[in-house]
Design a protein around this ligand. Structure first.
Ligand code: NAD
Length: 365
């Protein structure tokens, strides 16, 4: 028997095509925006930025460059000031999740329409979730006003993406899919989006990391990221995302890689605490043992295997565990401190996930 659920579609327009960057000026006109602030990522997007500016002409009244993660307050305040100084009436982002995040902060403060042109698989472009980090605490909120009105996906922008970036941002999107299957807001519609998105990502990520110029696989992964973001936006976050926000905000760890390292272990935690949710996860992964399957994908993608390898200090694990428990205390999946500590331990040492079994002796990987 299907439990009762509520579905309300989010108002996003998605334009997906090879070469779609050229369509941005038409999409901007459709939004009736005349003074556009462009927020763009690091040097990797310079060529695309030049083409975008040429297409926009006088409609572009300013450019903000950034690649800072986790939305630190100072960077966000400066970007909001830039939008006000330029008297912008709209914002377009060209880049990964960090750039989209900054765009969301600007439109939230200035009440402007946002357009996103993603260059990674973060999936942020499809969510109304935005965040800020203040004094080592990352806070996120949901506000439909930050949801991009239009998302323009151009798979050509992903050509040549460094394998580590592709793998990590793709695992971040896969984390959206898995969390959307076990979070409290999961329903039959979000589960279809999550399963299809996850299947595309598990298929396409090994391909683009082996061949960064595989256009068809980048396209498949972008569709996967789009579905992942749409699923998470509706189903909501739970213990996996809360854990990564605690770690990323508190110890300034790289966002996508943190998701990738934690995912096998959060999957193990959820499989112990909410085994009923695992049926859908098994279907997505086509595997009997979801934590092992996610761990094997992490290894296959040659991502760092442990929190230790991405800069987490071991003496921060106790505090991190306390903060995760606190962050989850009102959730359907509300683990106790010992369960969270074990998950963090396994993630810290890069141990193979073992639900319900305490791993005693480990060596750091
Ligand atoms: P990122 O945006 O931080 O980009 C990482 C690096 O890759 C940057 O130096 C960037 O310039 C570079 N880059 C981007 N695209 C490239 C390309 N095609 N080729 C080569 N280099 C490229 O990384 P990310 O993983 O996309 O995003 C992480 C951020 O997104 C975090 O701040 C996180 O909080 C946020 N996020 C938010 C949501 C949400 O729903 N709000 C969801 C996922 C991620």
């Amino acid at each position: 028997m299907t439990p009762a659920f509520i579905w309300s579609a989010l108002p996003a327009r998605v334009v997906f095509a090879t070469g779609a960057l050229e369509r941005v000026p038409d999409e901007v006109a459709r939004l009736e925006v005349h003074r556009l602030l462009v927020v763009a990522g690091g040097t990797a997007t310079q060529d695309a930025l030049d083409r975008l500016r040429a297409g926009l002409g006088d409609t572009c009244v300013g450019v903000v460059r950034t690649s800072t993660q986790h939305g630190p307050t100072g960077v966000a305040d400066e970007a909001v000031r830039a939008a006000r100084d330029a008297i912008a009436d709209g914002v377009v982002t060209l880049g990964g999740g960090s750039v989209i995040g900054l765009g969301k902060t600007i439109v939230q403060s200035c009440d402007l329409p946002l357009m996103a042109v993603p260059t990674t698989y973060s999936g942020s472009e499809m969510t109304p979730i935005w965040g800020r980090t203040r004094e080592g605490r990352k806070q996120t909120w949901t506000d439909v006003r930050v949801l991009p009105r239009t998302v323009v996906y151009d798979p050509e922008l992903c050509l040549g993406m460094p394998p580590r970036l592709a793998a990590a941002s793709g695992m971040n999107a896969l984390a959206h899919c898995l969390e959307a299957l076990w979070s409290a807001g999961a329903n039959p519609i979000t589960s279809v989006l999550a399963r299809e998105g996850g299947c595309r990502l598990t298929e396409g990520l090994p391909r683009v990391t082996a061949n960064p110029d595989d256009l068809a696989s980048h396209a498949g992964n972008l569709v996967g990221a789009c579905l992942a973001g749409a699923a998470l936006a509706q189903a909501g976050t739970a213990v996996h995302h809360r854990t990564c926000h605690v770690l990323g905000g508190g110890w300034n760890l790289p966002h996508a890689e943190t998701h990738a390292v934690v995912l096998p272990h959060s999957t193990a935690l959820v499989s112990a605490l909410a085994p009923d949710a695992m049926g859908e996860v098994r279907r997505l992964l086509d595997a009997d043992d979801p934590p092992a399957a996610v761990f094997s994908l992490l290894t296959r993608l040659k991502l760092p295997p442990s929190l230790a390898a991405i800069g987490m200090p071991e003496d921060g694990l106790d505090e991190a565990a306390r903060r995760v428990v606190e962050a989850c205390r009102n959730d359907a999946i509300a683990p106790d401190e010992s369960a969270v500590r074990r998950m963090l331990d396994d993630a810290f040492f890069g141990a193979a996930p073992q639900p319900g079994v305490r791993v005693v002796a480990r060596t750091r990987r």
